[in-house]
Write a protein of this length. Structure first.
Length: 311
């Protein structure tokens, strides 16, 4: 497999694909038509060098991914809100709405981070602390805490996957992976080839989150403090470090077929069976348009696969 370095995410009834700084959102509108919007994403990090330093870039890339993800998700949802309320806005009202949306997006990102830290980092610590009378060893409790954290993550995915909208989003997520796998295996990008491609991919955000949860166990075993308050502080303070390490492992997994790397990728790939579903052909069509808006897959395959010259 040859890494294309493109990535994306599922949005409401559509797909966002990103290649370097360019991204495109393809959405299946309520009337059945596909609309594609292409744009350039400008990082929230003013010093671009920070996004290229190993073990540091992962933190900022993760934040950028969240911002772009919420932005494109909001954009896709707008097509379905239009059906409920179609109101012409003046230029001043449009500018005001854009400003409000910007603040709303920032607040949503901040709120999401706080909730995620509380549920996946702090809560497991307190739950494992209840076992102190039965398990006096701090190290054993830390390992139990890690598995509780992973268990909460899986339970959360299982819970939201029961929602109809999320089920369709997971299907679009599968279409995104299938398109990338199709390209990276040197196949022409069409519905038939995408359909038979795998819906699991080693560079998926789901795998990144699993690495975050797993690496947190290792670091918290190494860094030990006595004060219960400082243990909570340490868990929060280590998040950027954990994210940085996880990002580097994810990038390595995306370009390596080393048996050890493949072994480390297996748990994340297994969890992807929960966060991706088999898409229908109409979803694949949307994903293909998103890819072609930002990525010249023919040139990529001609360069990396000998048989691609006749594509």
């Amino acid at each position: 497999m040859k890494s294309s370095n493109i990535g994306g995410q599922a949005v409401l009834e559509g797909i966002m694909m990103k290649n370097k700084d360019d991204y495109a959102v393809a959405v299946r509108k309520p009337d059945g038509d596909i609309i594609v919007q292409k744009d350039t994403y400008r990082s929230i990090v003013k010093c671009r060098a920070l996004t290229r330093i190993p073990f540091v870039r992962g933190i900022f890339n993760f934040i950028d991914s969240m911002v772009l993800g919420i932005k494109t998700l909001t954009y896709s949802a707008g097509f379905y809100e239009e059906e409920e309320e179609k109101k012409e806005l003046t230029e001043a009202e449009t500018a005001k709405k854009e400003k409000q949306d910007k603040w709303l997006m920032g607040g949503t990102v901040a709120f999401s981070v706080v909730i995620a830290v509380a549920i996946f980092m702090v809560l497991p610590y307190f739950l494992s602390g209840l076992l102190k009378p039965l398990v006096p060893s701090y190290h054993v409790r830390t390992v139990i805490e890690g598995f509780v954290r992973i268990g909460i993550f899986i339970a959360y995915i299982l819970l939201i996957s029961r929602m109809e909208d999320i089920q369709r989003t997971f299907m679009y997520h599968g279409a995104e992976h299938k398109c990338i796998n199709c390209i990276e295996h040197g196949l022409p990008l069409n519905v038939e080839n995408v359909r038979k491609s795998s819906r699991q991919h080693k560079r998926c955000g789901t795998s990144f989150l699993f690495f975050v949860l797993a690496i947190s166990i290792i670091l918290l075993l190494v860094i030990q403090v006595e004060s219960p308050l400082m243990r909570v502080v340490i868990r929060i303070a280590l998040i950027p470090v954990i994210a940085g390490i996880s990002y580097e492992i994810l990038k390595l997994a995306g370009r390596s077929e080393n048996p050890v790397v493949n072994l480390l990728s297996r748990p994340g790939l297994a969890i992807q069976k929960l966060t991706t579903k088999e898409p229908d052909d109409s979803m694949i069509e949307v994903a293909i348009q998103a890819v072609e808006a930002v990525f010249d897959w023919r040139a990529y395959e001609a360069e990396n696969f000998q048989h691609s010259e006749d594509i």
